[in-house]
Design a binder for this molecule. Structure first.
Ligand SMILES: Cc1cc2nc3c(=O)[nH]c(=O)nc-3n(C[C@H](O)[C@H](O)[C@H](O)COP(=O)(O)OP(=O)(O)OC[C@H]3O[C@@H](n4cnc5c(N)ncnc54)[C@H](O)[C@@H]3O)c2cc1C
Length: 333
């Protein structure tokens, strides 16, 4: 079966990897170069315990208050509001307890095999920078720490954070399997013992165990190399511009290099997936969230583990010879 995959980010590449393992014949169409989209500069955290759905009870009011702050972790471009209004209204309708529980259950099911799959890639010989890590969360404020702990407990109760009994020294490569509780509260002394680089003023800590972090561009690079070595057809700088359908089936992807016959199609175009889904006649109500990161190469000081700063919602990831700082969610339409 020839499966056309639109988008060569982490989603498109891993879809191609596992389709190939299942015996299908994937072909990747990437308008730029592999791994050059959102998958390039993210924080590389694989922490299922943080994977609770964005819509949550009370979020709308909280978000409005955030928008008043200069250091707000959320930005909504005012000029985009008329275009975003229907999506925001729909989003708001999911900010209730019942939908949050449904979202958590769906994410728990999606996350059930996450660690297994990453470990499988590493075991298969896909080369990428990959660490077994406990995330350290630091808070100046007791209320923020309690709110975060509530989220983590929700995830743990649903099984999101309980799937894989692994742990070990923070930052160590995955390997030894030991049991580790999904999270642990830390007092001020323990917090600074775990991360001496923290500036004074943080008083509450949470340590999330059993997780991973990786250097994202090394993962897309490793997947790309592995797919090429396996003979997978990859078209870079070729843009999907539409679809030719036959009944309910996509028969061909219309691209900037001509039509590509396929038996099935996977849309993995990140921020552009919503627009492409409308072209294919199966509209998905997606809007893009933009984030920012900077990477310091050869930092003078390095963190001992990935670190989350509560309140400003900034994530820091130590990599081999680099430190990445990521944060702020911008919804720009
Ligand atoms: C600052 C920041 C930090 C983040 N941190 C984390 C984190 O720690 N952990 C985590 O799990 N997630 C994190 N994320 C989210 C994560 O980066 C994304 O969910 C992920 O990279 C999405 O991958 P993707 O393959 O769907 O999209 P992308 O990587 O954007 O790939 C989509 C690809 O499709 C191509 N494309 C688009 N349109 C077309 C077209 N018409 N034809 C052909 N190709 C097309 C693009 O060129 C692009 O290469 C973070 C995001 C940001 C911004």
């Amino acid at each position: 079966m020839r499966v056309g995959i639109v988008g060569g980010g982490v989603i498109g590449l891993s879809t191609a990897y596992y389709l190939r393992k299942l015996g299908a014949n994937p072909v990747i169409i990437e308008s730029s170069t592999l791994g050059s989209g959102c998958s390039l500069g993210n924080a590389g955290w694989v922490f299922p315990s943080l994977a609770t759905p964005l819509p949550a009870p009370g979020l709308t009011l909280k978000s409005l208050l955030w928008l008043l702050r200069r250091d707000s972790p959320l930005y909504i471009r005012p000029a985009a509001l008329p275009v975003l209004a229907p999506w925001l209204m729909r989003f708001r309708s999911f900010c209730n307890h019942a939908d949050q529980q449904r979202g958590i259950a769906a994410l728990a099911a999606l996350n059930a095999a996450t660690m297994e799959r990453y470990d499988e890639l590493a075991a298969d010989g896909v080369q990428f920078e990959y660490y077994q890590s406990a995330l350290l969360m630091a808070f100046r404020d007791a209320d923020l720490a309690a709110a975060e702990q509530k989220e983590v407990k929700l995830a743990a109760a649903s099984g999101i954070a309980n799937g894989n009994p692994v742990g070990g020294a923070p930052g160590a490569p995955p390997g030894a399997s030991t049991t580790h509780p999904p999270w642990r509260e830390l007092d001020e002394a323990e917090l600074y013992e775990r991360e001496p680089m923290l500036r004074p003023g943080f008083r509450f800590g949470l340590s999330l165990g059993q997780d991973r972090h990786l250097r994202p561009e090394s993962l897309t690079g490793g997947l790309g190399s592995s797919l090429r070595a396996g003979g997978v057809e990859i078209h870079q700088r070729v843009k999907a511009a539409g679809f030719r359908t036959e009944g309910h089936r996509v028969a061909a992807i219309v691209t900037s290099s001509g039509d590509m016959e396929v038996d099935a199609v996977v849309l993995a175009a990140g921020a552009h997936t919503g627009a492409l889904s409308r072209m294919a006649g199966w509209p998905i109500p997606l809007t893009a969230g933009k984030g920012y990161s900077i990477t310091i190469e050869q930092p003078a000081n390095q963190l001992r583990q990935p670190l989350y700063l509560g309140g400003v919602k900034i994530g820091l990831s130590p990599f081999n010879g680099a430190l990445r700082i990521a944060g702020t969610m911008a919804i720009s339409g």
